[in-house]
Design a protein around this ligand. Structure first.
Ligand SMILES: Cc1ncc(COP(=O)(O)O)c(C=O)c1O
Length: 385
């Protein structure tokens, strides 16, 4: 099998699995007996390692079950602790459904208003437009550090500065970025302004070689979103519930491995990407590469393939044992046109003719060669060219 859907989930790394299993011990980290205290030590060590990797303080690491929970805690928690007269959520087009749907829920149930920010043609959030959307009625803003479909990278420090200057709390969704990009929470946040600027950042373990069910929301010491879960008061009261000690160790291990390998791995993926695109460009000149040519995740290739349904291509490639994605959500088994591609200015029809290829640590040159051959062949079959 050739697995080219690392943006959906990555294989569990061997080193991470070993560390994870080794940390599966007895003891609730909140118990006072020796076993509990041992678990607490392992947990807090892991939290420190996660904090070091993400450039924040250990106390700012709130462990969650993954990206969706982190995003929901950030958006709903910041909404419910918002200042007076603040009723608007600034939501760029093309955000992940975790943010879109959490915001829609706040609109339907809480009377929130959404102010959207249009993306540019390469899927970037324009800083000026983002800045203009923020004002004294803004309860919170959210933005992707890197887009999960196009791979386009936004200027996280600039967006953070804009939010700080406008006095607005900002959540960054770094789920697609973490691992590939160095996350520098405190540096991006800049000088602390209580409750404003970058206050929360989401990551998910299964996107970087850790198990599904691990993740974190980084919550600034200077912010106090309301919790979604109430109970034992763990993690500053922000996320009650017995903490997953082994999951924290796995997440810390995966982040450290990604940090150590980032430079060489990103260069390797970038090389595979440009070779693949050069060959594809010569053989399939109709294919359009979406996203920012200058600033993108090295492993992500998002293609518009005119005249061919992405879903049909996905099916044909799958029959050859090649796993790729259209990138967009599948609702009740029916592929939705990608809202991200439409946000780039494409029609709903064109937004169905896309394929996302996402490479990762296990991807080889041979995999990309086989994909290229298969894609040219399957595209020709579908379009009768
Ligand atoms: C940008 C982004 N945010 C949030 C999520 C949700 O993360 P999880 O699958 O860990 O719930 C994803 C997953 O695809 C994502 O790509």
């Amino acid at each position: 099998m050739i697995y080219l859907d690392h943006a959906a989930t990555t294989p569990l790394r061997g080193e991470v699995r070993d560390a994870w299993l080794e940390a599966q011990g007895v003891g609730n980290a909140s118990s006072v007996h020796g076993a509990g205290q041992r678990a607490r030590r392992v947990l807090e060590e892991a939290r420190e390692r996660i904090a070091t990797s993400l450039g924040c303080q250990p106390i700012e690491v709130v462990l969650t079950s993954g990206g969706t929970e982190s995003v929901n805690l950030a958006l709903k928690g910041l909404w419910s602790s918002r200042g007076p007269q603040r009723d608007t959520i600034v939501l760029p087009d093309g955000e992940h459904h975790a943010s879109l749907d959490a915001a829609s829920w706040l609109v339907a149930r809480e009377g929130a208003r959404v102010r959207s920010v249009a993306l540019d043609r390469v899927g970037r959030i324009p800083e000026d437009a983002f800045r203009e959307a923020l004002d004294s009625s803004t309860a919170l803003a959210t933005a992707l550090v890197a887009a999960n479909e196009t791979g386009t990278i936004n200027d996280a420090p600039a967006l953070s500065r804009a939010a700080a200057e406008a006095g607005v709390p900002l959540h960054l969704d770094a789920v697609a970025a973490a691992g590939h990009l160095a996350i520098e929470f405190s540096a991006w946040r800049g000088p602390a302004v209580a409750g404003a600027g970058l206050v929360a950042l989401s990551i998910s373990g299964h996107k970087l070689g850790a198990p599904v069910g691990t993740g974190a929301l980084i919550v600034s010491r200077h912010a106090a979103p309301d919790p979604l879960l109430h109970g034992g008061g763990q993690q500053r009261g922000l996320r009650a519930g017995t903490q997953d000690v082994a999951g924290a160790v796995a997440l810390a291990t995966a982040l450290e491995l990604a940090d150590a390998e980032r430079q060489t791995e990103n260069a390797r993926l970038e090389e595979l990407r440009s070779r693949f695109l050069a060959t594809l460009g010569a053989r399939l000149p109709e294919a359009v590469v979406l996203g920012d040519p200058d600033s993108h995740l090295p492993g992500t290739i998002h293609l518009h393939l005119p005249g061919a349904e992405g879903e049909s291509l996905l099916f044909l490639l799958d029959q050859r044992g090649i796993s790729v994605s259209t990138g967009s959500a599948c609702q009740a088994g029916v592929a939705e046109p990608s809202h991200v591609v439409m946000a780039l200015g494409y029609s709903a029809e064109a937004a169905r003719q896309v394929l996302r290829i996402s490479m990762g640590r296990t991807t080889s040159e041979a995999d990309m060669h086989r994909l290229g051959e298969a894609l040219v062949d399957d595209y020709s079959r579908l379009t009768h060219r």
